[in-house]
Design a binder for this molecule. Structure first.
Ligand code: FMN
Length: 263
């Protein structure tokens, strides 16, 4: 199994985010035949996302940072599973991780990582783990990853023997879950949140066909405009009906400009 760790800490090997990923890697290696590669975003010459949505509208090949992103994307495509790791910086992911996510904004419109499994990892001095793990989970799930586990560590406690014992237990548990999921090839049945998300993007793509021709062409070529999910699925009646209802509400809201500015 090929596992890639994308690590968004500026402190690289010296930091607790890396120590957390390393602990996880030890548990993974102790349990199975795994090949683990790490990419430190700090080492990658990634310019900032310029914010014009050129990748969404006209294709990711038009992004000026595309060539710098290419090796990371190639490694993601080659991996069976990816670990996304970021320290907590001011109750959010690090700037490095956020820029990496921004540079992949088109993956929200045109996800490609179905069938791949992911873990999300963070480290903080004290607080903010939950917000960061939730954000990472949600983001990479939209890109198509099946998120099968998470791990958050407390930087100041790494020196304590008791904490190290607990960390070992936690990494063993997460590693078991990850390896079990990696052995599974069947795609997960989408839940209500995934179905709603698909419908929302489908509405967006249809509505913005003129402004975002590349996005629309991709959806048409993939057959997604006529489907109820990105891949063949058999969702139950209730989740499908709920997703359909939400789609109609959103379409009507957009058509009638039926929202007020937030105050
Ligand atoms: C800019 C910055 C912001 C931070 N914000 C938080 C925070 O919101 N909550 C927290 O508990 N720790 C915060 N920390 C501490 C880091 O999360 C902690 O030191 C973490 O282990 C850093 O990861 P690293 O060792 O991989 O660099 C912050 C650190 C930095 C440098």
């Amino acid at each position: 199994m090929k596992i890639l760790a994308i690590i968004g800490t500026p402190t690289r090997q010296a930091g607790y985010t890396t120590q957390t990923v390393d602990a996880l890697a030890r548990s993974l290696r102790a349990r199975g035949q795994v090949e683990i590669e790490s990419i430190y975003l700090e080492d990658m010459p990634l310019a900032r996302c310029q914010g014009f949505l050129t990748c969404v509208k006209h294709g990711e090949h038009k992004c000026p940072v595309g060539p710098q992103m290419a090796p990371i994307l190639a490694a993601m495509r080659a991996a069976d599973g990816v670990i996304f790791a970021s320290p907590v910086h001011c109750f959010n992911v690090s700037t490095l991780m956020k820029n990496f996510i921004d540079l992949l904004v088109y993956q929200m419109h045109r996800p490609e990582f179905f069938g791949k499994k992911a873990l999300v990892v963070t480290s903080a001095a004290g607080a903010g783990h939950k917000a960061v793990l939730k954000y990472l989970r949600k983001t990479v799930a939209i890109w198509g990853f099946e998120v099968v586990g998470q791990l958050g560590t407390h930087a100041g406690l790494f020196g304590a023997e008791k904490y190290q014992a607990r960390l070992q237990q936690a990494t063993d548990k997460v590693a078991d879950r990850f390896l079990h999921a990696l052995a599974r090839t069947r795609l997960p049945e989408p839940g209500i949140a995934e179905l709603i998300n698909f419908r929302v993007w489908r509405s967006v793509v249809k509505r913005t066909a003129e402004a975002s021709p590349y996005d629309w062409a991709h959806w048409q070529k993939a057959g997604w405009l006529e489907q109820d999910y990105y891949y063949p699925a058999k969702p139950g009646f209730l989740p499908s009906a709920a997703a359909g209802a939400v789609e109609k509400i959103i379409e009507r809201t957009i058509r009638t400009a039926g929202v007020s500015p937030l105050t």
